[in-house]
Design a protein around this ligand. Structure first.
Ligand SMILES: N[C@@H](CCC(=O)N[C@@H](CS)C(=O)NCC(=O)O)C(=O)O
Length: 235
């Protein structure tokens, strides 16, 4: 075991798609770590000190040195443990840049659209859902080089940063759909994305760290969907 393995701590929150990303990356690569669950209403002093700019999870602390922002952390993990497979980003600079482009889209744009669907109702919600579906349609067309043609080829060793970012957004789509009473990831509208997400959520490494149970998640989502948007900082 490399000495770099020493002392990896992750400050996260169980329902945060961003801290799940870091959890998945560490598990996929087999890097041992200690997990610290944060209460985002009453943040630990450590979290505030480690991430004074945003005061958000995830924070990865490697041998006492903190890092914030999920994308930054995922790239760091790939570079700091270069012999651990799978590599999360391609070696070729152009391919790497393309993957970073979509990873950024899946970090900054898509979750915002998905969140919007939850925090409005009536006509505004239908409009938000339409916007989300339009983005998914665009992704099906534009991301074809990254979407696996054969879902059986999706294994632990094939996983990269895009798989991780996508599955964290949609791993719980069934619970979200139950709460909304509407389809988020529709197999008829987005068959490629749907089967990609299904293949990813079937992998043991992903399955074992999907948030608690379907019912717990449904209960939490119901509560959060009635919380005023400006107080809602958790998902
Ligand atoms: N861009 C950040 C987003 C992190 C984020 O939004 N974290 C939320 C939980 S999902 C949080 O810690 N919220 C606490 C707050 O806003 O006070 C990343 O990619 O890590």
């Amino acid at each position: 075991m490399e000495s770099k393995d020493n002392n990896v701590r992750l400050h996260g929150m169980w329902a945060s798609i961003y801290s799940k990303r870091v959890e998945y990356a560490l598990k996929i690569k087999g890097i041992p770590y200690e997990y610290i669950e944060e209460d985002l209403i009453n943040k630990s002093q450590a979290l505030v000190e480690y991430n004074p700019v945003h005061k958000k999870v995830p924070v990865l602390v490697h041998n006492g040195k903190p890092l914030a922002e999920s994308l930054v952390i995922l790239e760091y993990i790939d570079e700091a443990w270069p012999t651990y497979t799978p590599r999360l980003l391609p070696d070729d600079p152009y391919e790497r840049a393309r993957v970073r482009f979509w990873a950024s889209f899946l970090t900054h744009q898509l979750p915002e659209s998905a969140k919007k669907v939850f925090f409005c109702s009536g006509e505004a919600q239908d409009q938000a859902l339409q916007e989300l579906h339009d983005k998914l349609t665009m992704m099906e067309h534009e991301m074809t080089e990254f979407i696996p043609i054969d879902v059986n080829s999706v294994t632990n060793e094939s996983l990269g940063i895009l798989d991780i970012n996508l599955v964290t957004i949609f791993a719980s789509h069934k619970a979200q759909e139950e709460v909304l009473g509407k389809k988020i990831l529709d197999p008829e509208k987005h068959p490629l994305l749907y089967s990609w997400v299904a293949a990813l959520t079937n992998l043991p490494v992903i399955k074992e760290s999907i948030p608690p149970s379907h019912d717990t998640l449904v209960a939490a989502l119901k509560k959060w969907s009635t919380t005023p948007h400006d107080q809602m900082r958790f998902i």
